[in-house]
Design a protein around this ligand. Structure first.
Ligand code: TXA
Ligand code: MG
Length: 347
């Protein structure tokens, strides 16, 4: 007999009981929804990987109720890590620290570090407080797909693979938390987010690097596999453009028979009526809130090609450009397309 769909609720106590029983709970956090399980229960953690179809070496973020819990999960906590935790938690910042003995390999992907965050969403904080322990929670989407920013997105991504969904409304931030590796002397941003390099530097006054090799000569992008190219992708081919060239590019693709959309803060002039404009929002904060909803909308509309105009590289705009570049399948900063001719056919 077919199982009833998982409950969608705001009942924190019920969510905590599901977690205690080793179940999976979709959890609202301020960046995106997470797929939560008891981080100290190996079986529950294994279910996350099955539900998401995520490769086993991809480490998970452990969510905590308050900064003081850091000491249970990390073995070495530099002074600057405490300073950043105090300044930004609860909030959209994940710290990578040397793991404490006893943290499950399944959580860390076998690495000697662990990712930790105190989320800012009130429902998540209440769950964490009542639960007491750490909750491992990756974004609640299938592997390689767009992170969910509403509970409805989680339903469409994971459906029955979740035991309970906590509905905390649309996510305030809308893109995943900034990840900072503070496990070695050279502090690095592994994933840009709403908390910027500038914000992080102001607190401690020390320098920050982005990506690249760490002290041991390891490529940090390998240690943070989710930060590799080609994530956050809708079904449509995403083509990066500029406000100036978006209309011409859309037209070139349309004339090739593609169903085309344009994702941009402003509607380009003279768009053909069959080309959809997906407004990205005026302010950078609105753009972050809207981005993933718009990428999903591109799929709902059955677009073949989405011409995307990234916002300026300032503040959270840096993280938005990062996500759009990855959606376009390009991990590194490359010049934006200005050529009106479509690249040889569709993906
Ligand atoms: O905003 C967020 O961070 C959301 C919410 C639910 O908290 N979570 C999230 O989780 O985006 P996930 O698993 O989709 O992305 C976590 C990223 C992955 O790229 C993973 O490789 C990286 O964090 N990560 C986790 N542990 C790590 C570690 N020990 N060292 C380096 N990177 C790590
Ligand atoms: Mg993710």
């Amino acid at each position: 007999m077919k199982r009833a769909p998982p409950p969608i609720t705001r009942d924190v106590g019920r969510a905590v009981r599901v977690l205690q029983d080793g179940g999976l709970v979709a959890l609202p956090t301020e960046p995106v929804y997470g797929l939560g399980a008891d981080a100290s229960n190996g079986r529950a953690v294994a279910r996350i990987f099955t539900a998401k179809q995520r490769p086993p070496n991809h480490p998970l973020i452990v969510h905590l109720h308050r900064p003081a819990q850091l000491a249970q999960w990390a073995s070495v906590i530099p002074r600057t890590a405490w300073q950043r935790a105090e300044a930004f938690w609860p909030g959209p910042l994940t710290l990578i620290l040397k793991r404490a003995p006893g943290v499950l390999d399944a959580v860390t992907g076998g690495q000697n570090t662990v990712a930790l965050r105190v989320p800012g969403h009130s429902l998540a904080l209440r769950v964490l407080e009542q639960f007491g322990g750490g909750i491992a929670a990756p974004s609640a989407n299938r592997h390689g797909r767009i992170s969910p920013t509403t509970v409805e997105h989680v339903v469409s991504e994971l459906g029955d693979a979740v035991d309970l969904l906590l509905d905390g409304g649309p996510c305030d931030v809308g893109i995943e938390a900034t990840i900072v590796d503070v496990s070695s002397a050279s502090v690095r941003i592994l994933r840009p987010g709403a908390i910027t390099a500038h914000d992080l530097q102001v607190v401690t006054g020390d320098a920050l690097a982005c990506g690249g090799d760490d002290d041991d000569g390891h490529d940090t992008r390998m240690r943070s596999p989710g930060a590799m190219t080609s994530h956050y992708a809708p079904q449509a081919s995403v083509v990066l453009s500029t406000a100036e060239h978006a209309q011409r590019q859309a037209e070139a693709w349309r004339l090739q028979g593609a169903h085309v959309g344009v994702l941009a803060a402003r509607q380009p002039e003279a768009l053909h009526p069959s080309v959809c404009w997906l407004p990205l929002g005026e302010t950078a904060d609105q753009q972050a809130q809207q981005l993933y909803r718009r990428l999903r909308q591109a799929d709902e509309l059955g677009l073949d090609v989405l011409i995307a105009v990234p916002p300026p590289d300032e503040g959270v705009g840096h993280a938005l450009r990062d996500r759009l570049q990855r959606a376009a399948g390009r991990g590194d900063e490359t010049p934006l397309a200005g050529d009106a001719s479509p690249p040889g056919g569709k993906r």
